[in-house]
Design a protein around this ligand. Sequence first.
Ligand code: BGC
Length: 438
Amino acid sequence: MTFTWGVATSAYQIEGAAFTDGRTASIWDTFARDVVGETGEVACDHYHRMPDDVQLIKSLGVDAYRFSVSWPRVQPGGKGPANPAGLDFYDRLVDELLAAGIDPWLTLYHWDLPQELEDAGGWPVRDTAYRFADYSALVFDRLSDRVRNWGTVNEPWCVAYLGYEHGVHAPGRRDFQAALDATHHLLLGHGLVASSLRREGTVVGPALNIGTATPASGDPIDIAAARLADGMGTRIFLDPIARGAYPADVLEHLAARGHELPVRDGDLKIISAPIDILGVNFYFGQDFSGYGVDGATADANGLPIVREIMPDVPRTALGWPITPDRFTTLLLRLQHDYGIPLAVTENGAVYEDVPDAGGFIADHERTAYLAAHVDAVFAARSAGADVRGYFAWSLMDNFEWAEGYTKRFGLVHVDYETQMRSLKRSALWFRDRVRSGA
Ligand code: BGC
């Protein structure tokens, strides 16, 4: 079976040209300006440097490139007809990629909701799912003659919970019920799009960020906490997609908290439209305990404690634990529980990139991180997981959301003053690894 090697990016993180050729603001333009203090207005200026960037991707010898389409570029304001200049950009990108022998893996939603749709209520509002389906149809009509791989939503957990419950991502709201409403409407949007895009020859699926909710000990209290964390983080998305039902334990937990998901008749049928591939974005695994730091097992409202604990292992420069073994376990578990073909759509690490005297970034730690995780993928494959691809995050340093530009995930270094791109050691390693094959 063929294995797809690729690199990944997303529109807001690299394109820049935020208000060029008719593009309007997304929630990330607003949040970046008001909260982060650095914005994607220029970013990697990929919008103007795209042909060179495609050559850069080609130089890595990868089979595929995963990128996202900016909704407010293609459909300013999130409603109405397509903006021809916006669609033209992706049309040219796809042509450049194909001419370079690179398979485009297109993601329709990587977090840049048009601001006007947020002003009308955002993902917590049901209509947003239908707006998403309309916008997706515009992109599909234009590009489906050349694009085979269609990603629906990227990391709906981050969109719903970081954006609407914790307020640390755009749009910065802090309202648990809004996050639940967003969860359901992101799934509904995914389902509407999956069912209409799926036809002979297309490969359709979402990309989820999935950690490993491992119990901190064999204590039943810890086991129950880990199960609940897995329910709220992973099964709340995967069960409706793969099985057409929200997990019963999650619904019970929500009811105990006085909340429910805004499900209407027929929604779960839409959400469980068949998919061809499940994109897995993996960075680290974590443990959960049912005991608070003070030893309590319930909070002031009588709800169970679910405390995340970072495994005691070396960390990346973002403080994320390095847990490749858990990656293997996770892929096997997904295979076992859901039986959907898998692709690793993101995996990578932040390190302090210090250039040597010649200006070269010998990022041994990032290289080791990637190598360990690629090995973990092949260990999972050997043990029976149907993993069909691996995309390194990210092609190049870029706008790392709430962290701005200080945190670098790239295989390629970007000098934001000159926009010069230079391959780090990890890029050279990846190129060699791709060449040596699966
Ligand atoms: C996102 C990327 C992000 C990366 C590192 C994922 O959550 O899809 O856009 O840059 O992780 O934080």
